[in-house]
Design a protein around this ligand. Sequence first.
Ligand code: SF4
Length: 224
Amino acid sequence: MEEETFKSRLTETEEILSWALTEFERVAVACSFGKDSVTVLSLARELDPDVMVFWIKTGYAFEETEQFKDRLVKEWNLNLTEVSPETTREEMEEKHGKDLFREDPKLCCQCLKVEPTRRVLKDLDAWITGLRRDETEHRKDLYIVEEFEDMPVKVNAIAKWTNEDVWNYIKEYNIPYNPLYDKGFVSLGCEPCTRACTWGRFERAGRWPDRDDKECGMHLIEKA
Ligand code: SF4
């Protein structure tokens, strides 16, 4: 069997994306404006510059992420839908207090991330993500294509890529990236739940640093 390289993984990803973008009528890229989803978005745009993109607007994004998103929307002329939760951050804070993300992150993620994602997915045949196997122990067996009952097909087009692959791609193809990475962040999420870090075996160690669980539930949606 031929040994896999970054170039072979890149070629495979381009084929997967080409398949997904022709096979499904209603297909969108889920983008957090972190390095992985921007990588997959960049590759998808090579095939369809007008590909649909959605971003979940929790109200807790870093200012740098908001600005980076606005920059990409302009520079790439992104076909972006910003999806707000039914219950906004302000309403959540009024009801549960300002520390809900610390006291009950599951509930916070459920209301601000999972609910709006579920609503977007209802109108899609497929969605494309930037999930990767080497991000966490939990994701190590991730399939490239996932099918669940009554859910759009999930295409994890860069599932096999390493962290190094992503940075190789960004540097080699001169792709813009979120400036938070230059401040020591390794994996990006909402500001209150993300720390710059060098510790941990996996990239997501700085996400909810006090918890073992490194998933917000958005990517467990199909099993719920
Ligand atoms: S990542 Fe933190 S702030 Fe964002 S929705 Fe989840 S618990 Fe709330």
